[in-house]
Design a binder for this molecule. Structure first.
Ligand SMILES: *Cc1c(COP(=O)(O)O)cnc(C)c1O
Length: 227
């Protein structure tokens, strides 16, 4: 199947209200462009440098979401390029985003990344710490908190992700009901190629899919590393 056919198929499968983020790490700009021409509206990038290259070919034909681990020294470039940062997990990175956005007069929509698997080496804030982080970041003038994102544990049976999706959805609803000023719990980003069907069953409204759109990744020509 071509990228075009894969995109059409997934778009036809997704229930109304579930947004597709095409996870584009390691892909060539032409491949991403094919996905956009087939109907992809949001591109997810893990690396600022790869995103810059793809942006030159695609520009504003799509919206750009940062879905990787953001380093502080990349924030300045990232805020110029991206329409949303899905992976904010600390006051430090939020503060830097706010500062850089203030300098360019932009308000950045963000998601808070939840480490739902509570794995020490993973990015994301532990679920029980999310409220505290959100309260702090919600006071920043140039950031808008728009929801939560989670990865869940990798590998194994996709069914193993379910409890983590359930927990993150519960947290999403809990925070939504708090009605915090300038926090809008609109997007819940969870589910990848192996797990997106389960994530949809558990109430996600944003899925990040790479392999099922573009095929298996070849890491040799990319700065990305296998996870
Ligand atoms: C690579 C990646 C995805 C997509 O993974 P696939 O298994 O290829 O669908 C989704 N989210 C993030 C954060 C990723 O890095």
């Amino acid at each position: 199947m071509t990228i075009r056919e894969n995109v059409k198929l997934i778009l036809s499968e997704l229930p109304d209200g579930v947004e597709l983020v095409a996870a584009a790490k390691t892909r060539q700009p032409e491949e991403i462009l094919e996905a956009v021409d087939a109907g992809v509206k949001i591109i997810g990038e893990n690396y600022v440098q790869e995103a810059e290259r793809a942006y030159q070919a695609i520009g504003n034909k799509a919206r750009w979401h940062f879905i990787g681990h953001l380093q502080k020294n990349k924030v300045k470039k990232a805020v110029g390029l991206f329409d949303m940062v899905e992976t904010v997990d600390s006051v430090e990175i939020a503060r830097e985003i706010d500062k850089r956005c203030t300098q360019i007069g932009k308000i950045m929509p963000i998601l808070i990344e939840i480490n739902s698997g509570r794995e020490d080496q993973k990015s994301g804030v532990f679920p029980e710490k999310a409220g505290e982080l959100i309260e702090e970041v919600s006071t920043y003038q140039n950031i808008r908190i728009m929801g939560l994102m989670t990865m869940g544990p990798f590998g194994g049976n996709p069914e193993d992700s379910r409890p983590y999706f359930v927990e993150t959805k519960k947290l999403f609803e809990k925070i939504r009901k708090l009605n915090l000023p300038s926090v809008e719990m609109r997007y819940l980003s969870m589910g990848m190629t192996n797990s997106y069907k389960i994530a949809i069953e558990e109430g996600t409204n944003m899925v990040r899919i790479g392999t099922k759109l573009f095929g298996e990744r070849d890491y040799t020509s990319s700065q990305a590393t296998p996870q």
